[in-house]
Design a protein around this ligand. Structure first.
Ligand SMILES: Nc1nc2c(ncn2[C@@H]2O[C@H](COP(=O)(O)OP(=O)(O)O)[C@@H](O)[C@H]2O)c(=O)[nH]1
Ligand SMILES: [Mg+2]
Length: 440
């Protein structure tokens, strides 16, 4: 097994962490670092290349198997300047270590049984989480809660399968008992699988973030709304209609959910080519969004175009009507229109920051309705595996003979194994770890 190394921190911090994993870790550390080397002991000393001192550093050594990867590991904490980090990395390469590939530390942890696949994926989700609730759900997954629930269903299905197998092998002895309890056991497993898959569909936005498009007529107050929601002057606001032409994106966190806000050109019969393209992009941004905010101007009577934008559920994207500029007028006609269309409506003044908290709350409630503060299943791959497993259990419930039931149960177990990694193709594992950062 190669000994690998990689920086665990991005370039340019005060301190850089360099980690290594594999059988050469201890010997290498002894050769380049003057401090005491003892399992899980933070040592202070000099990083040196032969006689030359490179840095005043700290280091920790982890003896296998009590380390992240399960192998012998060491971490060096050096000053983060480019020159120091580069010479430390060169030193390791000269000692016969090889630079790690993306995710190789976590892959080794997975292969050594330190983490199952769902937990390994959670590590990466935690690194990429930009908002609190995404991080919280990744943390729950990392702690093994998802794996535990999947294992509970697995063991139920395994029990059922062993009963069915026994009935196939010794039909005269067991048959009646086994088939009496089977439908109830399978129905319970099916219910749990469906609940998990459903949770995942509802909570996808927690982990992946959501796209929220803002639609409305020119001058309705869309760009001001985007700026107020993301707390910075991201989009240009002018009294002139047709100011925003391209789709403007802003990333923000709304009640702990990572949201990509899309401000669009005002939807109207465009006056020139650029605006026409902008209007087309506005429609597209909405159709591919998780939620559309329809901005209505409280100070103007609603038009048939406003009505068309509120045509809820015509394209399956949920909507909230945001009645803008309520500091000028109460916007009664706009509220009445939204109510007639069955669209939830809230009044805001972007200018005076009025109603913004309520709006944020409404957006979060619409984006992640079934999810609690965090959710266990948020990964599309897991949702797919759970749905497939559920379909197999359904097949087993409908099957008439023992052989078919056994086949369906085996297939269901294989799908569950894709989540924890006990039955997963090498290329799937390849794909998962290739998304990782180097150094993790
Ligand atoms: N009084 C008031 N004016 C607003 C408010 N929001 C936007 N406006 C004004 O309405 C005009 C159009 O705003 P803008 O955000 O550019 O609208 P957009 O064309 O839909 O993007 C600008 O003159 C803004 O200053 C608000 O909450 N109150
Ligand atoms: Mg605008």
């Amino acid at each position: 097994m190669d000994t690998i190394f990689a920086p665990g921190t991005p370039v340019g911090g005060a301190i850089a962490i360099i980690r290594m994993s594999g059988p050469l870790s201890r010997g290498t550390l002894e050769g380049i670092f003057s401090g005491k080397i003892e399992h899980r002991y933070v040592a202070q000393g000099t990083l040196h290349e032969g006689e030359t001192a490179l840095d005043s550093a700290m280091a920790v050594y982890f003896a296998a198997p009590a380390s992240y990867t399960g192998e012998d590991m060491a971490e060096l904490y050096v000053h983060g300047g480019y020159a120091v980090v580069q010479s430390a990395l060169a030193l390791l390469a000269n000692k016969g270590l090889r630079p790690a590939q993306p995710g190789e530390f976590t892959r080794r942890a997975f292969l050594n049984g330190k983490l199952d696949l769902a937990q390994a994926e959670a590590v990466q989700d935690l690194i990429f989480a930009t908002a609190r609730r995404g991080a919280a759900s990744a943390m729950e997954q990392l702690s093994g809660k998802l794996s535990a629930r999947v294992h509970a269903v697995e063991s139920r299905l395994l029990d059922a399968l062993s009963g069915v197998d026994a009935a196939i092998d010794y039909p005269e002895e067991l048959e009646e008992d086994v088939f009496f309890a089977l439908p109830g056991d399978l129905a319970a497993a099916l219910q749990e699988l469906r609940a998990l898959a459903q949770e995942g569909l509802a909570a996808r936005v927690l982990r992946e973030g959501a796209r929220v498009a803002i639609w409305g007529l020119p001058n309705a107050g869309k760009s001001s709304l985007l700026n107020a929601l993301c707390g910075e002057e991201r989009a240009i606001v002018t009294p002139k209609a047709g100011t925003t032409r391209d789709v403007i994106e802003a990333q923000c966190a709304i009640e702990g959910i990572a949201v990509r806000l899309l401000d669009t050109a005002g939807i109207r019969a465009a006056e020139d080519m650029a605006e026409r393209i902008g209007v087309t992009r506005a429609w597209e941004a909405g159709r591919t969004a998780d939620l559309i905010l329809v901005a209505l101007d409280a100070a103007k009577p609603p038009t048939p175009e406003d009505e068309a934008l509120l045509q809820a559920e015509s394209d399956g994207v949920p909507r909230i009507a945001v009645i803008c500029k309520v500091d000028l007028q109460p916007g009664e006609a706009a509220f009445a229109l939204a109510q007639r269309k069955g669209v939830q409506a809230l009044g805001v003044s972007a200018l005076f920051q009025k109603g913004m908290e309520e709006l944020r709350h409404a957006i979060a409630a619409r984006l992640a309705p079934a999810a609690g503060e965090s959710a266990l299943v948020t990964n599309a791959r897991h949702v797919e595996a759970l749905s497939q497993a559920a379909a197999c259990v359904e097949g087993a419930l409908a099957a008439r003979d023992a052989d078919c039931i056994a086949t369906d149960l085996r297939a269901a177990l294989l799908h569950l194994g894709e989540i924890t990694g006990s039955s997963v193709d090498a290329d799937v594992i390849e794909r998962i770890f290739s998304r990782f950062c180097v150094g993790k």
